[in-house]
Ligand binder design. Sequence first.
Ligand SMILES: C[S@@+](CC[C@H](N)C(=O)[O-])C[C@H]1O[C@@H](n2cnc3c(N)ncnc32)[C@H](O)[C@@H]1O
Length: 186
Amino acid sequence: MLSELAFFLKQAVLQPKQTSSLVPSSRALAAAMAEHVGPETGPVVEFGPGTGIITRAILARGVRPENLTLFEMNPVFAETVAKRFPGTTMHVTGAQQAPDLMPATVGAVVSGLPLLSMPRSLRREIVGAAFKVMRPDGIFVQFTYGHTTPLSPEGLSALGLTATKAKKVWANFPPAQVYILRRSQN
Ligand SMILES: C[S@@+](CC[C@H](N)C(=O)[O-])C[C@H]1O[C@@H](n2cnc3c(N)ncnc32)[C@H](O)[C@@H]1O
């Protein structure tokens, strides 16, 4: 456990902007993120798995490894997670590249990215990329430590999305709010 924390912390120090947190998510937060997916979801994508705490929770929900595609920019995290979860597909690149790398058949994108620490244009690009690879009924699951939605009301409206609150997880440092983004009904 300590070595896991030390491993994460080292990457946080080496890549502070990308990692944007000193510790990985708690198991409680990982479970709250993963509860929105299961075997019935079909293909699932995870953005920014880090050391794989949410990846493990997604697989524990019954998502088959061959149905789970991961996008992780940090090659050190990517190599570790690819070894830990054989059968999953790892892309060592930015989440914003997803539409170039996979078909639009995904049922859910689960994101552990530090969206609120990113420039607004990148935030929109990444969420837009998620919806380009998802089926019309696809959901984007995101946690945030902030007091607002992961995208501003203008950003949501520009992408034709609505955001709803799911679980608030107090057993995390800091406490986190899970949000679900969906395409708005016309
Ligand atoms: C806050 S850490 C979260 C790690 C893990 N999901 C967790 O909850 O413990 C953010 C992760 O996103 C990765 N990341 C940051 N920007 C990214 C991007 N544009 N595309 C893919 N991964 C990215 C970082 O390298 C890091 O692993």
